[in-house]
Design a protein around this ligand. Structure first.
Ligand SMILES: *[C@@H]1O[C@H](CO)[C@@H](O)[C@H](O)[C@H]1NC(C)=O
Ligand SMILES: *[C@@H]1O[C@H](CO)[C@@H](O)[C@H](O)[C@H]1NC(C)=O
Ligand SMILES: *[C@@H]1O[C@H](CO)[C@@H](O)[C@H](O)[C@H]1NC(C)=O
Ligand SMILES: *[C@@H]1O[C@H](CO)[C@@H](O)[C@H](O)[C@H]1NC(C)=O
Ligand SMILES: *[C@@H]1O[C@H](CO)[C@@H](O)[C@H](O)[C@H]1NC(C)=O
Ligand SMILES: *[C@@H]1O[C@H](CO)[C@@H](O)[C@H](O)[C@H]1NC(C)=O
Ligand SMILES: *[C@@H]1O[C@H](CO)[C@@H](O)[C@H](O)[C@H]1NC(C)=O
Ligand SMILES: *[C@@H]1O[C@H](CO)[C@@H](O)[C@H](O)[C@H]1NC(C)=O
Ligand SMILES: *[C@@H]1O[C@H](CO)[C@@H](O)[C@H](O)[C@H]1NC(C)=O
Ligand SMILES: *[C@@H]1O[C@H](CO)[C@@H](O)[C@H](O)[C@H]1NC(C)=O
Ligand SMILES: *[C@@H]1O[C@H](CO)[C@@H](O)[C@H](O)[C@H]1NC(C)=O
Length: 699
């Protein structure tokens, strides 16, 4: 549809230009010559058809703003890599013109006034043209001198994307850094608050800054022996890129190339404040390959002022009690930078509202405190509170380790933690406390109350179960091949649980030997949420799942308060012990890694789609990928999340499993943390480009 529409516009244009004196670029050209112009839906395409350059609308249907920029020709999801007029859109692309004027590439808006230019001086007498290269670089060439350096190139003016071959330079001669600057939001390419640059202090590391002032992430210095940035150890697992770092008397820069030119890879400074490396998959989607900082809430001021960042919520940001979103439309575009504003002025700001009531404080617990507190020398928490109450600009206080901190004016960086952290008191107008419906204190009280009741019932049950403990149990086979072991037999097999193999999120694992001398791994569950009957049902479900890439459950034990699971023993242990090791003998070659990644993806695929009751793993990580004697991977710990009653969001997990599958049928495999969906990598275990043995592996 889109293409047909564009073509018909183009036809119109061809007709139009027949009667026009001006010449426009011809269809398929890669060059804008001195006597040509670009307008409307016209584009130029690089010689090999890799990149397109022309007008685009980042929010079709929602906005009439058009920008001139560059995107991939063969990527079906239009992905902008460079924008010229980031801050000055045009609304009528047909009467706007990009042409070469006085030796510069200049964009004229609807009123034929210049709004963007390559800004070169003293070039008017030169004959120049602009060519779009396959690497994604728009170059202004001097036609009178074939050999000269480009007069101007888009690679020297990065927007938010760092494509292979580009450099992000610190110029030592004038102390100027090139910046990769985020978009304001996904629909607005205007420079946002986040930028990446090479630190100007000569430390040979990249830093991410908020508003070019607050640094919240750094790569660590370049390590020329290891060819990595020291705080990005993942770079050693790289298999598809060619990294290089250059530092001489004139400049320093890092650059990367993709070894296999069929890969489409891009690095962006995202409007989320994270840097992201994305690869385009043959399955027609961008795959998040790597991103930093790992946690969204680590991004400085991500949620703006007077807000709370919470990793556990889908949207991350919410306003403090008594505050509301400053711009609802920005928040809807996931641009939280404006933060929140007070609903009711403080009494100290407006005495006519007071009605004799003073401002009060609302308490938040388990918080990471906001940035930039001021410390006040006062005696105790009451004095700290009074100090804040008496200064109208004070908006919050915290009292910790006998020290009083206050925040004056707006503050950013408050984060909700699941436990630990500190307590902060936020100043609000007294009227914010009046409605009992909004009284969180009451709500917290009742939650605490019901938790206590549940705990009490639990305790009673426990005592009851202990008393009811059955006298003797013997090992016997139930439901097909699954064995119900007696506790004492497992005790004997594991020499009273003496040889610990590891400890996971669900409990410790011990090595054991059965009387028939077969080796087993016995997992002692530390907690579970279900009664005996349900436990047996779940266990028999898990027992029915059999796949070459899943660890086989042999049996279980359920006696009194003990719940144990018995598995095949895996002689080569878990994947992590091979990935993160110093010993050369443990190093896995790439062929084996590839096999492991593919097998893991197959195991997950089976769990996810093929067995009768779909199982979501919840805890995929190298520790849970076991290796048998032939280094065939076996996913372990599946089905346990349900057994212990762990909460999870199905959407997230499905997504991550599908991701693994996508790649499983391709030639690059990574594991993504299921608990945070696309947002975090657990570890890249295998990337294959050159040594991929080809399709035969995939069958
Ligand atoms: C534009 O310039 C090119 C080279 O300078 C020339 O070959 C071409 O004929 C010109 N086109 C028009 C329409 O003048
Ligand atoms: C470029 O376009 C502008 C605006 O339409 C026009 O004024 C100017 O003459 C053009 N320049 C050339 C060299 O064609
Ligand atoms: C064109 O650009 C000029 C200069 O930036 C601006 O004053 C004018 O309003 C713009 N015209 C339109 C139609 O946007
Ligand atoms: C070009 O120079 C003008 C005036 O110095 C400046 O306002 C504008 O931002 C510059 N444009 C670019 C693309 O650097
Ligand atoms: C530029 O190079 C081309 C061939 O690469 C040659 O035909 C042309 O004469 C050269 N022009 C100049 C000005 O050197
Ligand atoms: C660049 O920074 C260095 C160190 O801070 C300083 O010695 C030098 O004079 C600066 N150069 C310029 C051109 O500002
Ligand atoms: C960013 O810094 C500039 C000064 O460098 C300041 O004027 C502006 O308000 C800051 N932006 C935000 C969102 O704080
Ligand atoms: C890696 O990059 C360097 C410098 O850019 C280059 O000389 C080398 O040929 C590249 N190697 C590969 C395998 O692409
Ligand atoms: C640094 O710049 C000077 C002057 O442009 C040049 O002569 C020299 O070769 C450059 N050094 C390097 C390592 O590129
Ligand atoms: C104080 O509150 C009154 C009543 O709401 C309002 O009219 C007045 O503008 C407020 N003054 C200030 C300084 O906020
Ligand atoms: C409130 O506290 C700030 C910071 O401590 C101080 O700059 C300001 O003068 C104080 N205001 C009053 C009215 O005391």
């Amino acid at each position: 549809m889109e293409i047909i529409k564009n073509n018909s516009w183009l036809m119109l244009f061809v007709l139009f230009t027949c009667f026009s004196l001006k010449s426009h670029v011809s269809f398929g050209a890669d060059t804008i010559s001195a006597n040509q112009s670009l307008s409307g839906d016209q584009t130029i395409v690089s010689k090999g058809g890799v990149f397109v350059f022309g007008f685009f609308n980042p929010a079709p249907g929602k906005s009439s703003n058009y920008y001139i920029g560059m995107w991939y020709n063969k990527v079906s999801e239009r992905t902008i890599v460079w924008v010229a007029n980031r801050e000055q859109p045009v609304s009528d692309r047909f009467s706007s013109v990009l042409n070469i004027s006085d030796g510069n590439l200049v964009l004229f808006n609807e009123s034929q006034l210049p709004i963007w230019s390559t800004n070169l001086t003293a070039t008017s007498r030169r004959s120049v043209d602009a060519v779009l290269l396959d690497e994604g670089n728009l170059v202004l060439r001097d036609l009178s001198n074939n050999l000269s350096e480009p007069l101007w190139q888009s690679f020297d003016h990065p927007a938010h994307t760092w494509i292979p071959g580009m450099k992000l330079t610190f110029n030592k001669r004038n102390n100027v850094s090139q910046l990769l600057t985020s978009w304001k939001n996904k629909e607005n390419p205007a420079p946002g608050l986040f930028s990446l640059e090479l630190a100007p202090d000569g430390s040979n590391q990249y830093v991410i800054l908020w508003n070019r002032s607050e640094q919240y992430w750094r790569s660590g210095p370049w390590d020329d022996n290891a060819k990595i940035f020291s705080l990005v150890p993942e770079m050693t697992l790289n298999y598809i890129y060619n990294f290089s770092y250059v530092s001489n008397e004139n400049e320093s820069y890092f650059t990367y190339n993709v070894k296999d030119s069929t890969y489409t890879s891009r690095f962006i400074m995202d409007f989320s404040g994270q840097v992201k490396q994305m690869n385009w998959l043959p399955t027609n989607s961008w795959f998040l390959f790597w991103s930093q900082p790992r946690q969204q809430c680590e991004v400085y001021a991500f949620c703006g002022q007077f807000s709370i960042c919470n990793e556990q919520t889908e949207r991350f940001c919410s306003c403090l009690k008594g505050f509301q979103q400053k711009s609802v439309s920005d928040w809807n575009l996931e641009d939280f930078s404006g933060g929140c504003v007070r609903k009711t002025p403080l009494q100290c700001e407006n005495n006519s509202l007071a009605n004799g009531k003073s401002d009060q404080f609302f308490q938040y617990i388990n918080m990471n405190l906001p940035k930039h507190p001021q410390s006040v020398a006062v005696g105790g928490i009451r004095e700290c509170e009074t100090h804040c109450l008496n200064n109208c600009s004070c908006t919050a206080y915290a009292y910790k380790d006998n020290a009083c901190s206050i925040w004056v004016g707006s503050f950013v960086g408050l984060q909700q933690l699941q436990g630990g952290g500190d307590t902060i008191y936020i100043k609000l107008a007294a009227s914010e406390f009046e409605s009992p419906k909004n009284n969180k204190g009451v709500v917290i009280g009742s939650v605490v109350g019901s938790v206590a009741v549940v705990a009490l019932i639990g305790l009673i049950m426990l005592v009851y179960l202990r008393r009811r403990k059955t006298a003797t149990v013997t090992t016997k086979t139930v439901e097909g091949s699954l064995v119900a072991f007696a506790y004492k037999d497992l005790q004997t097999a594991t020499k009273n649980f003496s040889e610990k193999l590891g400890g996971g999120g669900f409990g410790s694992v011990f090595k054991g030997v059965l009387p028939n001398s077969s080796l087993i791994a016995v997992k002692k569950l530390e907690s579970w949420s279900q009664g005996e009957k349900q436990f047996r049902t779940e266990v028999s479900t898990i027992g029915n799942i059999q796949h070459v890439n899943l660890v086989r459950l042999l049996g279980f034990c359920s006696e009194g308060t003990s719940r144990l699971l018995v598995y095949d023993f895996m002689p080569n242990g878990s994947l992590d012990s091979h990935l993160f090791t110093e010993k050369d003998s443990d190093f896995l070659d790439w062929k084996t890694r590839y096999q492991i990644a593919l097998g893991t993806a197959r195991g997950l695929a089976y769990l996810h789609e093929k067995c009768r009751d779909c199982i979501i793993h919840c805890d995929i990580k190298p520790e849970n990928i076991l290796l048998d004697a032939e280094f065939c991977p076996k996913v372990s710990d599946f089905g346990l999340a349900k057994l212990v009653g762990r909460e999870f969001s199905r959407d997230d997990l499905d997504l991550s499993l599908i991701r693994v599958l996508d790649i499983g049928s391709w030639h690059s495999i990574s594991l993504i943390s299921p608990s945070s969906g696309e947002k975090t990598f657990v570890e890249v275990i295998a990337i294959d480009a050159c040594h991929c043995p080809g399709k035969s592996w995939l069958s």
